[in-house]
Design a protein around this ligand. Structure first.
Ligand SMILES: Nc1ncnc2c1ncn2[C@@H]1O[C@H](COP(=O)(O)OP(=O)(O)OP(=O)(O)O)[C@@H](O)[C@H]1O
Ligand SMILES: [Mg+2]
Length: 357
């Protein structure tokens, strides 16, 4: 098969995509550990490093002929000319709340098969409030929330604390800092202002779920959908005194591949009832949001110990090195799939949907 890998590469590296990349964590070292990050400090946190892109290419090349297409202004023309048999899509997109839909929408227009979720699901999942509205309709548990689009709405806002304040449509913990967990109306207002002003988008305020946190890798479709071994995020590995949340600092600053945090436990230690409850919750979520081929779903327990959905990542992070603490590859490894087998399973799931396998 001719497979085109379509990607966005982290900006500081896109100048010379053929060079050997530095580990992803090294790109983050200049950021600060508090809220006052320079606006661009986490601007490309969700894009992939050239190291990841090359690792995915190498993995798929074991079975296919693989070309690389950057998801830039030329992508549509290149796809139209090249017409690969299938696209392996890891592109996060360029601008706006529907950016993850851009490449899949082009591929649908060109009638080229691709892996992963369709434009609608990608857009819905990136806008956390839209995803929560659908989940709520289907009675899938998720924390209570409010959306604040402009600072004028703050005057009439009453929301119980403790609460989490997050940008409405970001990922990779962009805009989620230790200070995003607020304990007073004053802190709440400050955080909402900082999200609206610094990220130029609405703020999502959520009931804070105080319990254990898990992330769940999902692989396949329909009757073949697999829930991979559940990963627990262990907050006792964070520096003492910080909030028990998987913040930008926890993901990109306190955890370095040269000095990794022991933050994940996989498989999570769970009794059978809780394990089944989490698996069922994630299967329901995957199905009602019409996810395809793969996704990673974040779950947290509420004050009664009931699992709730925090968010859905239909384009999960896939750092290739074991020491880079990346949840989807970790769960896959635990299930017996190495990096290459994991990616080829995603590709095969896509090929089967199009009856190409
Ligand atoms: N309602 C909540 N209650 C408790 N903790 C929360 C809540 N919402 C977010 N968090 C904490 O903040 C972290 C980041 O939030 P979230 O997963 O929504 O952000 P993200 O940037 O989309 O993440 P990812 O890197 O997985 O894409 C969560 O892993 C969790 O630790
Ligand atoms: Mg998350």
């Amino acid at each position: 098969m001719d497979v085109a890998l379509v990607y966005n590469v982290k900006k500081e590296e896109s100048v010379d995509a053929s060079s050997v990349a530095q580990p992803s964590s090294q790109n983050q070292q200049t950021t600060h550990t508090h809220i006052q990050l320079a606006p661009s400090a986490d601007a490309f946190a969700e894009w992939d490093t050239i190291e990841t892109i090359h690792a995915v290419r190498d993995a798929l090349s074991l079975r296919h002929t693989v070309s690389l297409i950057e998801a830039d202004d030329n992508a549509f023309d290149t796809l139209k000319t090249d017409r690969p048999d299938i696209v392996f899509n890891i592109a996060e997109g360029r601008f706006g709340a529907s950016r993850e839909a851009q490449i899949p929408a082009m591929l649908e227009m060109l009638n080229i098969p691709y892996t992963g979720s369709d434009p609608l699901t990608l857009s819905v999942c990136l806008d956390k409030s839209r995803a929560k509205e659908i989940l709520s309709y289907y009675n899938v548990a998720n924390p209570k929330f409010a959306v604040i689009s402009s600072l004028s709405e703050l005057q009439s806002l009453i929301f119980p604390v403790p609460a989490m304040v997050k940008p409405l449509f970001e990922g990779s913990s962009k805009g989620i800092f230790n200070s995003s967990l607020v304990h007073s109306q004053e802190e709440l207002v400050k955080q909402v202002k900082s999200v609206v002003e610094e990220y130029g988008q609405p703020a999502l305020i959520e009931e804070f779920l105080p319990g254990r946190e898990f992330t769940v890798a999902m692989l396949g479709n329909g009757a073949e959908l697999k829930v991979l071994p559940i990963v627990e995020i262990k907050f006792d590995s964070l520096p003492s005194g910080v909030n028990p949340i998987y913040s930008y600092e926890a993901k990109w600053i306190w955890d370095q591949s040269s000095n990794p945090l022991e933050i994940f436990e996989c498989p999570a230690k769970l009794d059978d009832n809780l394990k089944t409850a989490i698996e069922n919750l994630c299967r329901n979520t995957y199905n009602v949001l019409r996810c395809r081929d793969w996704s990673r779903i974040d779950v947290r327990l509420d004050k009664n110990g009931r699992p709730n959905i925090i968010e859905i990542n239909p384009l999960p992070g896939i750092l290739p090195k074991i020491e880079d603490n990346s949840c989807f590859p970790k769960a896959a490894r635990m299930s017996g799939l190495n990096y290459s087998q994991m990616l080829n399973t995603v590709l095969d799931a896509g090929l089967k949907r199009y009856h190409l396998l």
